[in-house]
Design a protein around this ligand. Structure first.
Ligand SMILES: [Zn+2]
Length: 430
C-alpha cells in the first residue's frame, strides 16, 4: 500500500479535537493492519475516543520498538484555505489538508510501513513491533497516550519509541542537518495575583487598586531568564556550529549571524526558561476599582527543571512586588539520552539516505506524547519524521492555513519507518 494514498484518505476523516471523533479513521487504519497479520486492539477511556494499539510479536523476547502517532487535529477555517482542509487534494506536488504535517503524514507513513512489512512476511526476531495511533493529543492526551501509558502499561510498554517532533532537513552554513527531538520542555504556566481593595472608579484615592500593583510584573515580563548550558544544549550547539562551544550566548550570536530564523525558532527557546504573558484580568466593571488582578504567563522550562528552580528564575525576571505566584498544573519536562541502538540506527539511515548530512538532537519548546512514554517506561523516545521541506516553510503551516506536505516527504518518512524495525528487531527465520 502507498502511504500517500492513505494520507489523502485520513485527511478526509474530520478528526478536529474537540470532539476528535477518531473512531472512523482508526477503523480505516485497522482495515489494512488486521488482514496483514497485525494483532489489533481498540482501547478507549470512553467509547467515542478510541486508541489503536497494534502488535507484531517477535519470536524471542527483546526490547520493544513502538511507532507512535496521533490522529486528532486542531480546527481549520475553510474560508482561509486555498484547498478545502478535509479534501486531501493532491496538487502542485503537495497533499493538502488539516493534519498533513501534524500529524496524519506520519500516521500514514508508519501504518503503510507496518502493513507492507507484515505483507512481505517480515516478523521480528526478538522484541515486538508496536504501533500506537492515539486519540486526543492536541488537548492534553486525557483520552490518548497519557491514559494508555497510565491505565494499560502492558499494552504499550516499549524500550524504543519513534514519535513526532522534528525531522526537518536544515541547510546551515553549508552543511545539512536533520533535526531530531530528544525531549520536550516542561510547562509551568503561572498566574501572578495581586490583591487590594475595591472602590468607586470616580474616587481613585478610595480603595487600593490591585491592577496597578500588577504593572511592574507585566513591564518586567518582556525580559527572559538568562540562557543556561546543559549537556543537551552543548551537543546541539556543537553539532549545529560544527565546532566546540565554550560560551552559550556567544554561540547563539554566531548562529544569529548565520541564520536568524534558526536562532529564533530552534536555538533560543532551547537555551533556558522562557516566559510569555498571555492573559490578564482585573475588574469586571469599568467603574469599579479592582480588589484583585491576575496576569497569566506561559512559562516553558528545560527538561528536569523543578518547581523551585523555575521559581528562582521567574523571581529574577519579575523582581519583587506585592503579588503572589501560583503554578497551574505544572509538568516537569523529560528527555532521552541521544545514544544507544535507536540513535545508531537513525545515524546509519541518515548516512544511507542523505550522505553527508548529520543529525541535530534538540529539545522541542512544545509538548508531545513522547513525554508519557518516557515517564511510564523510561523509554528512549525520539521525535523524528524526516522531511526535506524547510522549517521556514513548515512552521507557519502547522496549526495554520494551507497545511500541506510534499509527496516526496511522505515517502521519505515511509522509507525510514520501513527500514528501522528490521534493523532494530532483526528478521525472524521463516
Ligand atoms: Zn501533533
Amino acid at each position: 500500500m502507498r502511504s500517500t494514498d492513505l494520507l489523502q484518505e485520513l485527511i478526509r476523516f474530520n478528526t478536529v479535537n474537540p470532539p476528535g471523533n477518531e473512531g472512523p479513521a482508526l477503523e480505516h487504519i485497522m482495515s489494512f493492519l488486521d488482514p496483514a497479520g497485525w494483532d489489533c486492539k481498540f482501547l478507549a477511556k470512553v467509547p467515542e475516543r478510541p486508541n489503536l494499539v497494534a502488535r507484531l510479536k517477535g519470536v524471542e523476547p527483546g526490547p520493544n520498538l513502538a511507532l507512535i502517532s496521533h490522529v486528532d487535529t486542531v480546527p481549520a477555517d475553510p474560508e482561509e484555505w486555498s484547498h478545502d482542509p478535509w479534501s486531501g487534494n493532491l496538487a502542485d506536488g503537495y497533499i493538502w489538508g488539516r493534519g498533513a504535517l501534524d500529524m496524519k503524514d506520519q500516521v500514514a507513513a508508519e501504518v503503510a510501513a507496518c502493513v507492507n512489512l507484515a505483507r512481505s512476511g517480515w516478523r521480528p526476531a526478538r522484541g515486538d513491533l508496536i504501533l500506537v495511533v492515539a486519540a486526543d493529543e492536541e488537548t492534553g492526551a486525557h483520552f490518548g497516550a497519557k491514559w494508555l501509558c497510565e491505565e494499560h502499561p502492558d499494552e504499550v510498554r516499549s524500550d524504543w519509541v519513534l514519535n513526532e517532533g522534528a525531522g526537518e532537513l536544515l541547510e546551515f552554513d553549508g552543511r545539512r542537518l536533520f533535526t531530531l527531538s530528544i525531549g520536550e520542555k516542561g510547562t509551568f504556566r503561572f498566574t501572578v495575583i495581586t490583591e487590594g481593595e475595591a472602590g468607586h472608579g470616580s474616587i481613585p484615592r478610595v480603595g487600593d487598586n490591585a491592577l496597578l500593583k500588577l504593572a511592574p510584573a507585566l513591564s518586567n515580563a518582556h525580559r527572559q531568564p538568562p540562557h543556561e548550558s546543559t549537556p543537551d544544549t552543548d551537543l546541539f550547539l556543537e553539532r549545529l556550529l560544527g565546532h566546540p562551544v565554550e560560551d552559550t550566548d556567544a554561540a547563539l550570536r554566531e548562529i544569529e549571524a548565520i541564520d536568524p530564523l534558526v536562532a529564533k525558532l530552534l536555538a533560543d527557546p532551547m537555551l533556558g526558561v522562557t516566559i510569555a504573558p498571555t492573559m490578564a484580568s482585573a475588574s469586571s466593571r469599568e467603574n469599579v476599582i479592582p480588589s484583585r488582578a491576575e496576569l497569566v504567563i506561559d512559562c516553558r522550562t528545560p527538561p528536569g527543571m523543578t518547581e523551585e528552580q523555575v521559581r528562582a528564575r521567574i523571581d529574577l525576571v519579575l523582581g519583587d512586588g506585592d503579588w503572589r505566584i501560583e503554578f497551574n498544573d505544572p509538568v516537569v519536562g523529560n528527555r532521552s539520552d541521544y545514544d544507544g541502538p535507536l540513535a545508531e540506527a537513525i545515524e546509519e539511515w541518515v548516512g544511507l539516505t542523505e550522505p553527508g548530512a548529520e543529525v541535530l538532537p534538540q529539545v522541542m519548546p512544545g509538548f508531545s506524547d513522547s513525554h508519557w512514554f518516557r515517564k511510564a517506561f523510561g523509554a528512549t523516545v525520539f521525535g523524528f519524521a524526516p522531511q526535506r521541506m524547510s522549517i521556514a516553510e513548515t512552521k507557519p503551516l502547522v496549526h495554520g492555513k494551507d497545511e500541506r506536505i510534499t509527496v516526496e516527504d511522505v515517502e521519505l518518512m515511509e522509507n525510514l519507518y520501513t527500514w528501522i524495525p528490521p534493523r532494530l528487531l532483526g528478521t525472524a527465520e521463516s
